[in-house]
Design a protein around this ligand. Structure first.
Ligand code: 0A1
Ligand code: ZN
Length: 867
């Protein structure tokens, strides 16, 4: 229950006074007015015998209310803003309610809503209460029977959770379908879909010998683009059986693509609903990155069937219990199927650019927040990505075999239950015999830990000492932090880059890894012939900022000799960051070391081209902004551009040679070698276009492109480097894909992220066209998300025009879809560290929003930003 100020606290948790053991729902579907009849079998908690029944409901028109079939007189219940209250019930009973809802008027895309002539639901986190009266919390888990009735012509396909039971004709052009979900499932996983869809389908034998029918549904014209997603479901199902021993538990698994969807996708039991951008793909419309994204999101939602659905959450404070764990599982899925090194680099890039910024800004919160006002605001990078890093650390601490035993125990013990972070840690502690009580602090403490390493070498005795200190900075509401339990891998190299065998007598080193638990640790190694070169945090096994005073030449050596590919990449990122932020005393030597290392990589045909591409990409603006105490926008953007120009100038011939040499490999299809080649080729093209005002190469690639990766890569170069052919290419692209909203989003995102002050004018122009559809979250993100997150130059325009542009649109968007508006507001999360007048300008803009936003989502965000 919320406190008087509207906040909800973990420490206030109480078990539900009434449980719903079975829900039997009937829907008479119609976009204008849908009637929902709910028969709920209710059971009181014996420990709270006199508690009244309270049901959640929002925007419901109540038509009828009965207990055990008898109408409830109007003085026997009360409806207020908090819900429907019924007092005086003396025990288990069946409550039947009938309500009317209006899907067509539902712009928030929560509950039952209409999209392109079809009907969809979205119930996580608290959308089910917009469908019918219910105890809408994750620890209430009935089994379900769902009957859908609708006009056959408009809604020939009727899908719901669970297995299909019965379907038939009702006369008068109407038909019905009944579904049964035998697994105890909370309301946030409820789903129905009705519409005119086609599908691709296949059947797979499950590991337990039973068969499952898989289907991916979409609007008829999009069905040919569903094949790849179906293959991804098949791969995910097999992988979860093999790697985690998790077997699917229904006869069917359905995925449906929706063009209007707020988030990426939703793991409803047996009926996943996806944002169309994570389903639809073919060579003409999807980039390689889109394909990878689809496979990963399909995996993520599928894996939730165990981590989230079979074992669900006791309350929303435990959100990372399902999300962090499931991100870890989807990361492992991608790593097992593709390049582990490249996947790790991509994930750490995201973590550093976005999660570290979140953890250092006004919106910082622990992976398990102690309180919230609007849970929708906590679907964050901290809950998802940092949550996954915590699970990854556990995996590192325990090792794959013991981790798997712990996971098996967790699933076995909590199957059909609503679990907590404590249940998760208890299973791992018991299976491994490890004490995880200090490790649990990771869930409670916000902020990115800083680990600082200093060393000393005593040449006489050959003794090398590492002093390791950890510290977590203050975050809102948490001024003081305690030391965390974290694994830190390390290695020592000699001056030629040979790995040194670590002295087995090292004081508390276990060879190549230590576990930090205290604020300070000292490690000592004996018998070393000369001062070694240390390397730390291989594979980024702990999500920390690690400081060690490397020289440029040491980083150059590490970039060549480190055994761990992630750390080779990281050495170059450190070198580049040091050059960009002028950290090195010998700036010339640092620049030269970086250029030499990158030159070698461009030429190195033995290396995975995708890895080389990752090394050539400098740390992005957000990552750099996170590495400095005060954000001087112009200086960061300027330094990045200068260095990119230098790299291009220095290596123009190499880049050109490699670009052409990769052409044959890049002409392939979706095989890894072809994807890798296209990745490096497009990075080369971007650097080369910096030096070529005519952008002939980019123009040629655009004209000849056979894949979306190459077409969009070339268009990006033309647009972002202001090539003469820019407008013609944009028009050609727009014309070719005018009827495809997902591809249209891509070119809009390019326009809105063009690093030029005029991007603001272009966005304003877009607002005035039919392309601006504020009810479609993908389109809003393509325009305003790209501007605020992908275009620091225009967003941080010195006069504050970018801030104003975003802020101006928020009141209208907030009235349509509060979640979308609140997420856009988070684009201001680092405002307090902006240097110069920019900080004041954001402050003024935020102040100007006071009184103009109305949703709890946006109000909570604004309050936290301004606190
Ligand atoms: N559980 C989903 C994320 C999600 C959350 C809220 C949504 O609606 C507002 C939709 C999806 C996932 O992790 O994929
Ligand atoms: Zn998820």
């Amino acid at each position: 229950m919320p406190r008087d100020d509207g906040s909800i606290h973990l420490s206030d948790y109480r078990a539900p006074a009434w449980r719903i053991v079975h829900a039997d729902l009937e829907f008479d579907l119609d976009a204008g007015a849908t009637e929902v009849t709910a028969h709920l079998r209710l059971q009181p908690d014996p420990e709270q015998p006199d508690a009244p029944l309270r049901l959640d409901g929002e925007d419901l028109q109540l038509l009828d209310l009965r207990i055990d079939g008898a109408p409830l007189p109007s003085d026997a219940y009360r409806v207020d803003a908090a819900g429907l209250h019924i007092e005086g019930l003396d025990g288990a009973c069946t409550l039947t309610s009938r309500v009317r809802i209006r899907p067509i008027a539902n712009m928030r895309l929560e509950g039952l809503y209409a999209s392109r002539g079809a009907l969809f639901t979205q119930c996580e986190a608290e959308g089910f209460r917009r469908i019918t009266w219910f105890v809408d919390r994750p620890d209430v888990m009935p089994t379900w029977r769902i009957t859908l009735r609708a006009e056959r012509a408009q809604y020939p396909v009727l899908l719901a959770n669970g297995n299909p039971v019965e379907a038939g004709d009702l006369g008068d052009g109407r038909h019905f379908a009944t579904w049964h979900n035998p697994h105890p499932t909370p309301a946030y996983l409820f789903a129905v879909v009705a519409g005119d869809f086609g599908c691709v389908e296949s059947r797979l034998a499950r590991a337990d010998g039973r068969e499952v029918a898989l289907a991916v549904w979409a609007a008829h014209e999009d069905v040919p683009r569903c094949r790849y997603a179906l293959g991804a479901v098949e791969r995910a199902l097999r992988w979860d059986e093999e790697r985690f021993g998790r077997v699917y538990d229904l006869d069917v698994f359905n995925v449906v693509a929706a063009q209007d969807f707020t988030m990426g996708a939703m793991e409803n039991k047996g009926l996943n609903i996806f944002n169309a951008r994570y389903v639809l793909a073919d060579e003409d419309t999807a980039t390689d990155a889109d394909y990878m994204g689809i496979e990963s999101v399909v995996g993520h939602e599928y894996f939730h069937n165990w981590s989230g659905n079979r074992v669900t959450l006791r309350d929303w404070f435990q959100l990372s219990l399902k999300e962090g764990l499931t991100v870890f599982r989807d990361q492992e899925f991608t790593s097992d199927l593709h390049s582990r090194a490249v996947k790790r680099i991509e994930d750490v890039r995201l973590l550093r650019a976005r999660q570290f910024a979140e953890d250092a800004g006004s919106l910082a919160h622990p992976v398990r927040p102690p309180s919230y006002r609007e849970i929708n605001n906590f679907y964050t990078l901290t809950i998802y990505e940092k949550g996954a890093e915590i699970v990854r650390m556990l995996h590192t601490l325990l090792g794959e075999a013991r981790f798997r035993v712990g996971m098996d125990l967790y699933f076995a013990r909590n199957d059909g239950r609503a679990a907590t972070v404590e249940d998760f840690l208890a299973a791992h502690a018991e299976a491994s015999g490890r004490d995880l009580s200090q490790f649990a602090r990771w869930y409670a403490q916000a902020g990115t830990p800083h680990v600082e390493v200093k060393d000393d070498f005593d040449a006489d005795g050959g003794t090398y000492t590492l002093e390791i200190a950890q510290r977590t900075p203050p975050t809102p509401g948490q001024p003081d932090k305690a030391p965390l339990h974290l694994p830190l891998r390390f290695a020592l190299y000699d001056a030629e880059g040979r790995r040194l065998k670590v002295d087995p007598r090292a004081d508390d080193g276990s060879g190549d890894r230590i576990e930090l638990t205290a604020a300070r640790h000292r490690l000592r190694f004996h018998g070393l012939p000369s001062r070694p070169l240390p390397a730390f945090n291989q594979g980024f096994c702990a999500p920390v900022k690690l400081a060690y005073d490397y020289t440029p030449s040491q980083l150059g050596l590490l970039a060549r000799c480190e055994r761990d590919p992630f750390n080779r990449w990281d050495a170059l990122q450190r070198l580049a960051t040091g050059v960009l932020l002028e950290h090195f005393t010998d700036a010339a030597a640092a620049g030269a070391a970086l250029l030499a290392a990158l030159g070698d990589l461009i030429d190195d045909e033995g290396q995975d081209p995708a890895f080389a591409a990752e090394c050539l990409l400098l740390p992005d603006f957000d990552t750099l902004a996170e590495a400095v105490p005060s954000i001087d926008v112009d200086a960061l953007i300027g330094a990045r551009n200068d260095l990119l120009d230098r790299i291009a100038l220095e290596h123009v011939e190499r880049l050109d040679r490699r670009y052409h040499a990769l052409a044959a490999a890049a002409a392939g299809g979706l095989e890894p070698a072809a994807m890798s080649a296209r990745r490096l080729r497009n990075v080369c093209l971007d650097l080369l276009t910096r030096l070529d005002p005519g952008a002939a190469l980019a123009q040629a690639q655009f004209d000849a492109a056979r894949s979306m990766t190459d077409r969009l890569g070339a268009l990006r170069c033309l647009v972002h480097h202001d090539a003469p052919g820019r407008q013609a290419a944009l028009d050609a692209f727009a014309g070719r894909y005018a009827t495809d909203p997902l591809v249209t989003d891509k070119w809009i995102a390019l326009v809105a992220s063009r690093p030029h002050p005029d991007a603001l004018l272009d966005v304003r122009d877009l607002f005035a066209t039919q392309l601006w559809t504020p009810t479609n979250p993908n389109r809003v993100r393509a325009v305003l998300g790209s501007l605020s997150r992908m275009n620091p130059l225009a967003f941080h325009a010195p006069g504050g025009e970018g801030y104003a542009l975003l802020a101006e649109s928020l009141p209208e968007l907030d009235g349509i879809n509060p979640q979308v508006a609140a997420r856009l507001l988070a684009g201001f999360e680092s405002w307090r560290r902006l240097a110069g007048a920019r900080r004041n300008r954001v402050e003024a803009v935020l102040q100007g929003l006071e009184g103009r936003l109305s949703s709890p989502d946006s109000l909570e965000m604004l309050a936290r930003l301004r606190a």
